[in-house]
Design a protein around this ligand. Structure first.
Ligand code: MG
Length: 266
């Protein structure tokens, strides 16, 4: 099931996207969205009889993390190598504030403090239940679904600050979308990033050093996870800079594509 959050100009609401999708998760042109009553994370999926063509709605970030987005660094060996880093022996965690989240089609604002803003296409895990100390085998019970994320990073500030907070925490530095896929085998999915139509990242989740179950177990051993919290699972190799005016598209096989444009903050 594909859970989206959308607006037709009125208050945002949640919906289920129906219709065929291709192997990349791209819906057919006649796809529709059936509105839900309330937030399905809290009240479950309650279908209403309001249905709209998907093409006639504006999709929003499919989840508003109540407390946090947890990022995972260096979770693909080739990406760790291209950054000049060793592969970590346990998951490397950082936090992106929930105020960094934006949705499909929203601008990514290029901050005046940086001259080197990178894309990082990633599989994103959406937590469905309050949980802590989750054993690996119980992780499916606490995962609501999966979406696509772009862990936008001011690489120059990441280097100069050492701590990741500023480099990864600017407003609009966490595009999420286009929707949450609730049923997905994440063991071997293509993770692809295009910049202005050119392929920049072309990885597969099977190359993650720590898989989704290991990541959720490790993060939940440190901090309580709340419904709507998001874990970004790390980026494959091929990261690179974006400029004002660029269009960046991240795709995860079986979910869909997330496109954003880079806009000057001035
Ligand atoms: Mg990342």
């Amino acid at each position: 099931m594909r859970i989206a959050r959308f607006t037709t100009g009125e208050e945002p609401q949640y919906g289920v996207v129906t219709g065929d999708v291709d192997e990349l998760g791209i819906p057919a042109e006649d796809a529709r969205i059936v509105a839900l009553a309330g937030d399905p994370l809290y009240v479950g999926v309650q279908l209403t009889d309001t249905e709209t063509a998907l093409a006639d709605v504006r999709l929003l970030a499919p989840v508003l993390p109540r407390s946090k987005v947890v990022g995972i660094g260096r979770n693909y060996a080739k990406h760790a190598a291209e950054m000049g880093n060793d592969v970590p022996t346990e998951p490397l965690m950082f936090i992106k504030p929930n105020t960094s989240v934006v949705g499909p089609g929203d601008p990514v604002f290029y901050p005046r403090q940086s001259a080197e803003v990178h894309f990082e296409g990633e599989l994103a895990v959406v937590i469905g239940r309050i949980c802590r100390d989750v054993p690996r085998e119980r992780v499916p019970d606490v995962v609501y679904g999966y979406t696509v994320g772009n862990d936008v990073t001011a690489r120059d500030l990441q280097r100069s600050d050492v701590q990741f907070t500023r480099a990864k925490g600017f407003d609009s530095f966490c595009p999420l979308g286009p929707w949450i896929e609730t049923e997905l085998d994440t063991s071997d999915l293509a993770v692809t990033t295009h910049l202005n139509g050119d392929v920049k990242q072309d990885g597969r989740t099977k190359d993650m050093i720590f898989d989704v179950a290991t990541l959720v177990a490790h993060v939940s051993a440190v901090m309580t996870l709340l419904p709507g919290d998001v874990i970004l699972t790390g980026t494959p190799d091929g990261v690179g800079p974006m400029q004002v005016g660029d269009e960046v598209e991240v795709s995860v096989e079986g979910i869909g594509s997330l496109t954003n444009k880079v806009v000057s903050r001035e």
